[in-house]
Design a binder for this molecule. Structure first.
Ligand code: ADP
Ligand code: MG
Length: 262
C-alpha cells in the first residue's frame, strides 16, 4: 500500500524535480523543477518548441519521463511503489490515474457525431460507470456552468470554436478531476471568442481548481495565475509571481519573449 497522501495539504499536487525528456537525440526537457500547490494556477509561457506541451503530456502520462522525479498528488508518474520497489504502471493503472486529470487542448477534440451533452456524459458513463441518468443530470449542470445550457442538443459543427472549447472543458470536468491541464486553449479561437473561454477558466480557478495552463494570454496569466513560469529550450528560465515576472522580468530572454507577445 502506498502512503495515503490525498488529504495531506503539504504535498503539492504536481512536483517536478530535474525532469528530463528526449526524443532520440533531441533533448526537449533539460531538468524541469516545478511545484504546483493545491488550488493554485500555474501559467506556462514560452516560445514554440520550448517543451511546454511535452511537460504537460508528461504530467498526464502521455509521455514517459526519462530522468528526474515527477509526482502528481504524491504519486510518482508512471510507477507504483510496492514492497519498497518501483514497478512500472500497467496500462490499466495509467488509465486509472489519468482519470483524475482533465486536459483541454488547442483543438477541441469533441466527438463530432455526438451532441454537446453526449460528449460530456461519454466518459462518466463509459469509463467511470456512472448511471446514465445521473451523468446526464451532472452534464446539464456542467453545461450550465460553462454558459451553454441552451446548446446541450447541438452538435460540435453547430457550435462556435469558443462554444466547442467550453464543451471540452465541461467534458473534462465531468470526470471530477483534481487537476486540469490546458494546452493553449484559446490559441485556435477567433479573438472575439477568447474572452468567454478565459472567463470559464477564471471561474474554475476561483472555485479552487488546481490548474496548469499553457497560454500566451498575458492578461489572464497576470490576473488569474498564482505562478508564471517562462520556459525556453527545455529549461525554466524564470518563475515567480506573474505580477512581477510578466511586468518586470529579471531575465533578458523573458523580456524579449514578452515584448513579442504583448
Ligand atoms: P511547445 O509546446 O513549447 O511548443 P513541444 O513540447 O511541443 O513544445 O515540443 C518541444 C520540442 O520537442 C520541439 O522541438 C518538438 O518538435 C519536439 N517534439 C515534440 N513531440 C515530439 C515527438 N513526439 N517526437 C519528436 N519530437 C517531438
Ligand atoms: Mg505546445
Amino acid at each position: 500500500m502506498s502512503a495515503p497522501t490525498e488529504h495531506v495539504e503539504g504535498v503539492p499536487l504536481v512536483h517536478a524535480e530535474g525532469v528530463r525528456k528526449h526524443y532520440g537525440r533531441l533533448e526537449v526537457l533539460k531538468g524541469i523543477d516545478l511545484t504546483v500547490r493545491r488550488g493554485s494556477v500555474c501559467c506556462l509561457l514560452g516560445p514554440s518548441g520550448s517543451g511546454k506541451s511535452t511537460f504537460l503530456r508528461c504530467i498526464n502520462h502521455l509521455e514517459k519521463v526519462d530522468g528526474g522525479r515527477l509526482t502528481v498528488d504524491g504519486e510518482l508518474v508512471g510507477y507504483r511503489q510496492h514492497g519498497g520497489k518501483l514497478h512500472e504502471l500497467r496500462e490499466r493503472e495509467v488509465a486509472e490515474r489519468r482519470r483524475d486529470i482533465g486536459m483541454v487542448f488547442q483543438r477541441f477534440n469533441l466527438f463530432p457525431h455526438m451532441t454537446a451533452l453526449d460528449n460530456v456524459i461519454e466518459a462518466p458513463v463509459r469509463v467511470a460507470g456512472v448511471a446514465r441518468a445521473q451523468a446526464r443530470e451532472e452534464a446539464v449542470q456542467l453545461l450550465e456552468r460553462v454558459g451553454l445550457a441552451d446548446r446541450a442538443g447541438h452538435y460540435p459543427s453547430e457550435l462556435s470554436g469558443g462554444q466547442q472549447q467550453r464543451v471540452a472543458i465541461a467534458r473534462a470536468l465531468a470526470m471530477k478531476p483534481k487537476l486540469m491541464l490546458f494546452d493553449e486553449p484559446t490559441s485556435a479561437l477567433d479573438p472575439e471568442l477568447v474572452g468567454d473561454v478565459l472567463d470559464v477558466m477564471r471561474q474554475l480557478a476561483d472555485e479552487g481548481m488546481t490548474m496548469v495552463v499553457v497560454t500566451h494570454e498575458i492578461g489572464f496569466a497576470r490576473e488569474v495565475g498564482d505562478t508564471a513560469v517562462f520556459m525556453d529550450e527545455g529549461v525554466i528560465v524564470e518563475a515567480g509571481d506573474p505580477r512581477q515576472l510578466l511586468v518586470n522580468p529579471e531575465q533578458e530572454r523573458t523580456r524579449a519573449f514578452l515584448s513579442k507577445v504583448l
